[in-house]
Design a protein around this ligand. Structure first.
Ligand SMILES: [Zn+2]
Length: 119
């Protein structure tokens, strides 16, 4: 049985809730991106603290980015363009969408992008 795009829409809506909750949790747990906290001002003693903040900020950003991808996918669903590669306009393989419902690139374009990003 193959997953349909309609089913993936339901998956995306669930994911959006999950990621919104996650983001809220991160926002409440720590004040990050505080203005004026330049790393250069910190002494060596603060290295651990800086490290922790960096980890938190990157977790926060990756959750935020993922949520944005999910929201964009939901918007594409509503526009009727879900499952179409943003880069080349080809249909994205349904197996890929099952694994990554929020992806906006087909396998080939994603590989090219990752290659360019040095991954
Ligand atoms: Zn493509």
């Amino acid at each position: 049985m193959t997953t349909t795009k309609a089913e993936l829409y339901g998956v995306l809506l669930d994911m959006r809730e999950t990621y919104r909750a996650k983001l809220e949790q991160l926002e409440n747990s720590k004040q990050i991106d505080a203005p004026g906290t330049g790393y250069s001002n910190h002494q060596a003693d603060d290295a651990t603290m800086v490290y922790d903040q960096t980890v938190d900020a990157s977790t926060f950003n990756s959750v935020k980015n993922r949520l944005r991808q999910i929201e964009e996918s939901i918007a594409r669903h509503e526009a009727g363009t879900y499952g179409i590669c943003e880069n080349c306009g080809n249909e994205i393989d349904i197996a890929r969408l099952e694994a990554l419902p929020y992806t906006s690139l087909c396998m080939r374009c994603a590989e090219v992008r990752d290659y360019r990003a040095g991954m």
